[in-house]
Design a protein around this ligand. Structure first.
Ligand code: AHG
Length: 337
């Protein structure tokens, strides 16, 4: 039997390989691992809310049942606030960022951005959801207050990023810019165990992932590319939770698209805590991530915490091919829009 390597052990081992490492980032990653286990426990019980009480109501024990995305948000904040390694957080569930007071005199130098429960509309129907996170070093001095400017960093400034997929198994995947590794939660011992070492995305795949229901709302070049995928006998897979769709693509190869539509002219997905962390991971695994206007996601300026972006992400050959379609067809005026 192979020796089990837990997430904590792996983080510590990796830290020791970097002579300048202070252990602060390691501690932060471990805190996120703890929060993920707590959220996982609640996600697994989601089907019981009908028995124990509906979100917003009281369960049979007289406890208020919270919506899971708010619960996940709260747990992540709690774990990060108490660690002393995190100076501030921004989340999909928060209008503004939250700064944390110093813990035991430590001057925290990291910021964490996250989507606590991506694809949360899937919860009610027992389909996979996930947590996405990104870690930045603060730009301002650790002696002063955090400002909005600290969060306005490009994806290429990310120090670490990861996601947790609450699927048939729960898996935590992360990178610190030196490859991607995945850890599957073994519920019997309550530990994330290394299961996917040095993950690499196949350069091509047989599936594409897009909400094809919006076909008529997409630009011409997007429709031509989707026609091409369909004509090439590629399979269409779309879960409606970006983490789940991107995880499948990381494992099997493929491409995920969320283009601009009439309803979302800038795209729907959020740059800071959805597109950037997943793009960092995908690039680290050998894939590519660009907007549907062909800019590299990680190079985009961030001007707003909740800024949206279009995205094409996945296997490198497929993203390149997508790019060729956009270049070819976006030059042709569309008469059907
Ligand atoms: P939410 O967390 O509000 O359910 O949004 C999920 C996101 C993303 O994860 C998914 O890929 C996309 O929105 C789905 O949007 P459509 O339903 O428009 O396809």
């Amino acid at each position: 039997m192979n020796r089990i390597v837990t997430l904590d052990e792996f983080i510590l081992r990796t830290q020791k390989e970097i002579s300048s490492a202070t252990g602060e980032l390691s501690a932060l990653l471990r805190d996120i691992g703890v929060a993920a286990k707590i959220v996982n426990r609640e996600v697994n019980k989601a089907g019981l809310v009908n028995i124990l009480g509906v979100a917003g109501s009281e369960n049979t024990h007289g406890e208020t049942v919270q919506k899971l995305d708010l619960y996940a948000n709260e747990k992540l904040i709690d774990c990060l606030k108490n660690s002393g390694e995190c100076a501030a957080v921004a989340s999909e569930e928060l209008e503004d960022f939250i700064s944390f007071p110093n813990v035991k005199g430590k001057k925290a130098k990291y910021l964490v951005v996250f989507d606590p429960l991506d694809g949360s509309s899937n919860i009610d129907v027992n389909v996979s959801v996930g947590t996405i996170f990104g870690i930045y070093r603060r730009k301002s001095k650790t002696t002063g207050p955090i400002s909005m400017d600290d969060f306005m960093q490009k994806g290429s400034d990310l120090v670490a990023a990861g996601y947790v997929l609450y699927g048939t198994s729960t898996i935590l995947v992360y990178t610190t810019g030196n490859g991607v590794n995945g850890f599957t939660l073994d519920p019997s011992i309550g530990e994330f165990c290394l299961s996917h070492r040095d993950v690499k995305i196949p350069p091509s795949g047989k599936q594409y992932s897009v909400n094809q229901g919006y076909y008529l709302k997409f630009d011409l070049e997007m429709r031509r590319y989707i026609d091409y995928c369909s004509d090439s006998n590629m399979g269409l897979r779309y879960i409606g939770s970006m983490v789940s769709d991107v995880h499948r693509i990381i494992c099997n190869g493929g491409i995920f698209l969320y283009p601009n539509t009439r309803k979302y002219p800038q795209g729907k997905l959020r740059l800071l805590y959805e597109c950037n962390p997943l793009s960092f991971i995908v690039e680290q695994a050998g894939g590519q991530a660009i907007t549907c206007q062909l800019e590299r996601i990680l190079d985009l300026d961030v001007n707003h915490l909740h800024q949206r972006a279009t995205i094409a992400i996945g296997s490198s050959d497929m993203v390149k091919e997508f790019q060729e379609f956009v270049e070819k067809y976006s030059a042709i005026p569309s008469f059907s829009n």
